[in-house]
Design a protein around this ligand. Structure first.
Ligand code: ATP
Ligand code: MG
Ligand code: MG
Length: 372
């Protein structure tokens, strides 16, 4: 069959859909939102809830293979589809990444370092956590958090008690705050036979807990990059993962490589691959899903990716001409109607001779976009 399925209609699903269509596939997107970025460009958009068995049945009948762009698709949805068609990543792999406590325990079980953490399921756990976790710390909801949402910085144990209440006493993880030197990520593609190909390590700058820029190549030492790649690959293998995935890492002031979290899907920090690599992370996702050989992951040029959040819009359209008149910049917009603050609307890639040049130009262009 030449039809592929995508669970989730966000921008990651949209870029997968484009990549698949370029390769001649038809794509069926399942997402409850009729205006979803991927749904509107799909060959077919099934507008239904992720637990709608009739809709899932329809999708399985249409699709030779199904993947996802969103870690919070219920694992049962994937398990249901697995009985009917090919699904990658598996429900089991996805389930290991849907709860921060489960995920961190899994990472630690592979002998990979995480920030010191302690599960907080009830108030009594906080006193126990204090014996293990130093301050400052961060309290994070265990499920459904993204872009820094559901996170409360804690300077004292009192902050943790207050934070747990503020988060509705939902299951949380208390994490020691790492003194960061840098943040990096590894995007990889793993095949059905277990072969892994790595994109170049990326260096990430976050603003208010949301990714702002990604630069490649990075300034981390070769041994550190190699260590991160090895850890990411061990995690992918441990999950039995098939497809494109990413692992976010902290580089501590003392130079340690510490795993932060797993993204069981293409990752925002891999958007640079769209213009700066021979094969994009989304094309790799198509290739892995279809059991095709991986493409070449090599970097063609230094690059800086800048995220465009809804904040850039303000009351009017950003000044696109200023950006588009730079011939070495590629603009990607996700077709979202409403530009809310903090909402990921698009990104641009600056291709230059050095990362420093790209970063300088990126900063200037980003400022000029919103200048009014
Ligand atoms: P994403 O959108 O990447 O899924 P998220 O909401 O899952 O984000 P995290 O990746 O856990 O959030 O944290 C967001 C950012 O907050 C990190 O990239 C880092 O900059 C900072 N941060 C989180 N945890 C820690 C920590 N333990 N020590 C230091 N900084 C941290
Ligand atoms: Mg996350
Ligand atoms: Mg993160």
């Amino acid at each position: 069959g030449s039809t592929l399925g995508m669970l989730g209609g966000g921008q990651l699903g949209r870029m997968f859909t484009s990549a698949a269509q370029i390769m001649g596939y038809k794509v069926v997107v399942l997402d409850p939102d009729p205006q979803s970025p991927a749904g509107v460009i799909a060959d077919q958009h099934i507008c239904a809830a992720y637990d709608d068995e009739k809709a899932l049945d329809d999708m399985a009948k249409l699709c030779a293979a199904i993947t996802t762009e969103f870690e919070n698709i219920p694992a049962q949805t994937l398990a249901f589809l697995e009985q009917k068609t090919i699904v990658h990543p598996s429900s089991k792999a996805l389930a290991s990444t849907q709860n921060r406590n489960v995920e961190k325990n899994f990472i630690a079980s592979l002998g990979i370092q995480t920030a010191p953490f302690f599960a907080i399921r009830q108030q009594q756990d906080i006193a126990e956590a204090e014996k293990v976790i130093g301050f400052p710390a961060i309290l994070k909801v265990a499920t459904f958090g993204y872009d820094g949402k559901g996170q409360i910085p804690c300077k004292t144990i009192e902050d943790v008690y207050a934070g747990f209440e503020a988060l509705g006493e939902k299951e949380c993880v208390l994490e020691q705050r790492i003194d960061l030197d840098k943040e990096i990520s590894v995007v990889l593609a793993r095949s059905q036979t277990g072969t892994i190909i790595n994109f170049p390590v990326a260096e990430n700058i976050h603003v208010n807990g949301i990714l702002h820029t990604t630069s490649v190549p990075t300034s981390v030492h070769a041994e550190q990059a190699q260590k991160a790649i090895q850890m990411a690959n061990d995690i992918a293998k441990g999950l039995g993962y098939v497809g494109t995935m990413a692992v976010e890492f902290f580089v501590s002031q003392s130079g340690e490589i510490i795993a932060n979290e797993i993204a069981p899907r293409p990752h925002n920090s891999g958007h640079y691959t769209l213009d700066a690599c021979h094969t994009s992370q989304f094309e790799q996702q198509v290739r892995m899903l279809c059991g095709l050989p991986a493409g070449d992951c090599d970097l063609i040029t230094p690059v800086v990716m800048v995220n465009l959040l809804g904040d850039v819009w303000g009351n009017s359209q950003p000044h696109w001409e200023t950006l588009l008149s730079e011939t070495n910049i590629k603009l990607h917009l996700y077709g979202k109607q409403e530009a809310r603050p903090g909402r990921k609307m698009g990104h641009f890639n600056v291709l230059a001779e050095t990362v420093d040049q790209a970063m300088q130009q990126a900063d200037t262009c980003f400022e000029n976009l919103k200048a009014d």
